[in-house]
Design a protein around this ligand. Sequence first.
Ligand code: ZN
Length: 419
Amino acid sequence: MVSGKLGSLRDSELTKLLGWPGYRVFRHEIDEKGKRLRLWVRRKRGNRKLICSGCGRGLEKAHDTSEREVRDLPCMEFTTTVVVEIYRVCCPDCGVKTERVPQLPSKAPFSKRFEDAVGMACESAAARQVARQFGLPASTVRALDKRYLERWAQSRRKPVLRQMGVDEIYLGKSQKFLTVVSNLETGEPLWFGRERKKETLDEFFRSELSALRRSRIEAACVDMWEPFTTSILEWAPECRIVYDKFHVMQHANRAVDEVRRVEFFRKGGRMRGLVKGKRWLLLTRWTNLDSRKRQLLNELFRLNRRVMKAYLLKESLDRLWTYTYEGAALRYLSAWAGQLRWQRMEPFNKLADMLFRHLEGLLNYCRMKVPFGVVEAVNGNIKALLRRGRGYKDLRYLLLKAQRMAALKTEFVVMRKAA
Ligand SMILES: [Zn+2]
């Protein structure tokens, strides 16, 4: 154990405290008032193998030396910086190049373990908070965090993509849409693209997947957004399109809402007052309502049979995803649509038309059980990040953050009950 004041420490002891493999401290400076510690380090004898940072080739001879100062982890209360002696090598392939030093991952003035510490802090706090904690500008913290995440992403192997999800997030008036591609088996986002055109998704297939990897995709869970389907069928013709149940049910909810609006608008002021604030009740699944709320809904149904019918239609559509045989599923859907006859419920007629136009992608679920809800969970995570971080202009950074988040399963939005 080291005893006494920091000022009386010997360089050999500081070498042990520093703990940089292969390096020793040969000079130090302590600013007791400013709480700063500066260490000068160079390679230990016997650590003479130099590596070209251009190609990774090992070289014996140094071309020249220079110094770099980087911030390292603090030593007790002391902000610590390390002045490193750096060699340049004369590489036969790359010419004169700086050597590679594991503790110096980038050109920025920070050691790897310092960057790791900042990156880890950013996993559970916003960049602004971490910036305050480390006394750095927030923009520096974000850059550090991004490098930390890039290193993490590089070090892990990419799982095969068998089931993909495609969805979009609405970012607001100026930025419009963000297309999100995710891996349904690992529950993590794979790629982000601006807008939601066919070309957007084309870019994913072109830039991210080899022909072999594209051919391995078995299923894609998408909403009934034509441009995505077109792109998928063009790039991965073997892939089965499965329409996301969650999105289909959203369409059904919208139909219920439209019926409600039309019905009660016609009834005028007093009636409208009675249904006020009950909109969300109609959009909630029956199984998720407690008895008091069911009673409220029943009262509403007594006022208007048509709204009740709309609600029951929506509720019963859910059964479509319980079938294992396409024929049975089709029979169920036909019977469901049959109930609409003579009902004059335009929103539901439109919905039925839409379902029959997308029949194949609905029936595909019989054979290809993709996990519904993953896409929503991934989107929930991204939205949480966007809320917390504000304005991720750097999409790559946002993607890395979301991937790390999925990997850590922190703040993972609970999988939707829809699945
Ligand atoms: Zn080289």
